[in-house]
Ligand binder design. Sequence first.
Ligand SMILES: [Zn+2]
Ligand SMILES: [Zn+2]
Length: 388
Amino acid sequence: MDDIRETIDRLLPDLIALRHDLHAHPELGFEEHHTAEQVAEWLSRHGIDVRTGVAKTGVVGTLRGEQGNGDCVAFRADMDALPIEEQNDLPYRSRHAGKMHACGHDGHTAMLLGAAAVLAQYRHRLRGTVRFFFQPSEESVSGAKAMLEEGVLDEMRPQWMVALHGRPGMPLGSVGIRAGAIMASADTFDIWLMGRGGHAALPHLSDDPVLAGAHLVQALHGIVGRETSPGNPMVLSVTQFHAGNAYNVLPQQVHLAGTVRCLKEEMRVKASERIREMAEATARLWHVQSRFEWHSGTPVTVNAPSVAELIAQVAEEAFGREQLVWLEEPLMGAEDFAYFAQAVPAAMFFLGLGDVADLHTACFDFPDAALPFGVEMFVRLAVEQLAV
Ligand SMILES: [Zn+2]
Ligand SMILES: [Zn+2]
């Protein structure tokens, strides 16, 4: 299969047109109806078995090699967009007000469809099965879990599973990989502090939840600074502080909320326990009541070393050693591919997008120039495992 690159090149105009169509029609999580339709139509057109309506709007494609039964390998692409008003002036700019593909999932979906089309052309050389998971609602970090709950991995266990995410700032077409944790967990919390409130001119006659809240924010930041090892990163951010609506009234309630990112599961437990303790202790200190809620979110995305190694090997063979980046640090963002990686040996890699706007900004547009690199990675990974 020396002609992988030529096959991709022939496909590229179609793939770019498809990416532009997806970009023009961004859809939020679990609303990816147009996207799912395009995905299903493309897969069927290339002779791949399709199942739609998986976890509402997810699509699963199954390609059986013609050399008989063998291993199964699987890939995942996410399809959802973000609630952002696009600022790009493009012919294929978002036609849906207040929604845009600011995380490049249009590119991810197009690349996996490209790989499916190429692999379909090589099916006579493949032994085993390639499965393509088009996942809804990654941004809400609930789509992967929903697909797993519908048993998508039970009907056929893959040997491994791979996903990628585009990364601005890394050289175009480069591949960033690491073994072990590559993305952090993401949990959230809410704290309410309740007091009597009262006249702002007579604070000694009331209990002031604002003061308690201010102390609590300071205390919480001490967890990362003083209670975790510098070698074991954790991020705690208080992102909401709501209280009061008048100049001369001490409010009865303060609501704090925030997020915690960790790289080890035991750190998540410790964080939730310490935040609760500090909320309760600070409330006691200032004679107010507290209520605490911890919302367990996405786990840490852990790359299986063997799969990370395979990705590195394939990237080096395809694009050269200089395009392979062993990442020293994980990203403290979260990714719900983590759930797939808990279920089967899996790895996620970053695909360099070059010098483009940051993800989740109104100026981001997945560069078409990156498409062939992602397609080639997926194709070569499958070929490496299944070609005879
Ligand atoms: Zn995103
Ligand atoms: Zn994303």
